[in-house]
Write a protein that binds this ligand. Structure first.
Ligand code: SAM
Length: 261
């Protein structure tokens, strides 16, 4: 049951980095909220939209440190909902895509807090687009799978069947895939994926400094290591990469991130 005396929490997607990819609805809510909780991949330019009286708290990863545990984030949100009328929980990309948005919504609803989701543009589509790479193509990719390459230390996330994915989907867009990349590639090839298929790794997309490596799948891990790619990076695998139209890529945005990686 919703307790109407409590504040409302908006789970807002900030988009992948370029502040101009924030939705109109997200911007309106950020400008009018009384409290805001944000993660590491949210640029300062978006945070500057808040009013002077807004209470802002950072709960993301700092260099060399983990983000605040999920239970603590939930507790802060609940506490905020008792004090403020409009609270924005701002997350990179889309809150329901590898963003724990549903976990936070369910927790708050258990305590009678009203929650609304405001979708954001996800990195898995926008980052390839900022290099002119389509994630599907009529001639080369009729299906695409968004998948996490990070299984989680607590093993609470269901493990990914990479061998089965090798032939189930024309394209793969892998979030948080850098750390396990060689294992993922080995599993995909063992599952029947052509080692020569196109692959791409895109670091810090949509903002100045973004980098791209393209190569046949079996060689890409070596390239990534040589070029010292780091997080945040999106890995894409699939023939649609060959239909890149670099000339249509937008210019990456000049931004300041609250945390250096
Ligand atoms: C915890 S997930 C959050 C995904 C987010 N909810 C979304 O919809 O984009 C974080 C991962 O998203 C990817 N990511 C987010 N922003 C990115 C960017 N600007 N460039 C490259 N990868 C990015 C990376 O794989 C990163 O490790």
């Amino acid at each position: 049951m919703i307790n109407s005396k409590q504040g409302k929490v908006y789970l807002v997607g900030a988009g992948p980095g370029d502040p101009e990819l924030l939705t109109v609805k997200g911007k309106r809510l950020i400008q009018s909220c009384d409290a805001l909780l944000y993660d590491s991949l949210v640029p300062i330019e978006i945070l500057k939209l808040v009013s002077k009286s807004c209470r802002c708290e950072f709960v993301g990863k700092r260099r060399g440190h983990h983000s605040l545990p999920q239970s603590k984030i939930n507790a802060v949100l609940l506490e905020m909902s008792k004090t403020y009328s409009s609270i924005v929980r701002l997350k990179g990309g889309d809150p329901f895509l590898f963003g724990r948005g549903a976990e936070e919504a369910q927790y708050l609803q258990k305590y009678g807090v009203s929650v609304e989701i405001v979708p954001g543009i996800t990195a898995g589509i926008a980052v390839p687009a900022y290099f002119g790479i389509p994630v599907t193509h009529r001639l080369a990719g009729s299906s695409v799978t968004f998948v996490t390459g990070h299984e989680g230390i607590d093993k609470r996330r269901p493990s990914v069947n990479w061998k089965a994915l090798a032939t189930a989907s024309d394209g793969l867009v892998i979030y948080m895939g850098l750390h396990n990349l060689q294992y993922i590639i080995d599993e995909l090839i063992a599952g029947g994926l052509d080692p020569e298929i196109s692959a791409a790794v895109m670091q810090q997309g949509t903002i100045v400094g973004q980098r791209l490596i393209k190569s046949p799948l079996h060689l890409i891990c070596k390239e990534v290591k040589k070029e010292q790619f780091t997080s945040p990076s999106i890995v894409m695998i699939g023939a649609a990469i060959e239909y890149q139209v670099a000339s249509c890529a937008p210019s990456p945005a000049e931004v300041t991130m609250p945390i250096l990686f």
